[in-house]
Design a protein around this ligand. Structure first.
Ligand SMILES: [Zn+2]
Length: 125
């Protein structure tokens, strides 16, 4: 059995969760693979200024949430792809083995504990 099977399962569960959250606010553009914010359920026909401001605020909020969820989505896909390619569990900065405890805490981790502070400097997956 693949020694990373428990992490794969955790990643797949997290992926399902993130997709469910994404689907609440966005639709997947199957051509580009990008998530596009759903705004058709925000009432934009209101003429009253307060309601228009509310709708704009709601849209802004969704864009911020979407960006966060999309990062999460991409990092999970990235980790699953690395699993397929046999590079899962290897620090993308040092090439060292990522500690088991770090993978338990975050199965999508891209670096070992030593390089976790620099993880954000890695190009987006
Ligand atoms: Zn490292």
């Amino acid at each position: 059995m693949n020694k990373y099977a428990p992490h794969q399962k955790a990643l797949e569960e997290q992926l399902d969760e993130v997709i469910a959250q994404l689907q609440d606010i966005a639709v997947l553009d199957t051509d580009s693979g990008d998530w596009v914010i759903r705004t058709n359920d925000i009432d934009q026909t209101e003429t009253d200024e307060n309601s228009q401001a509310d709708a704009a605020e709601e849209a802004d909020e969704r864009i911020a949430i979407l960006a966060e969820l999309e990062n999460r989505y991409r990092s999970i896909i990235h980790a699953l792809k690395k699993m397929e390619g046999g590079t899962y569990g290897i620090c993308e900065i040092s090439g060292e083995t990522i500690e088991e405890g770090r993978l338990v805490a975050n199965p999508a981790a891209r670096t070992c504990v030593h390089h976790m502070e620099s993880e954000f400097e890695l190009p987006l997956p």
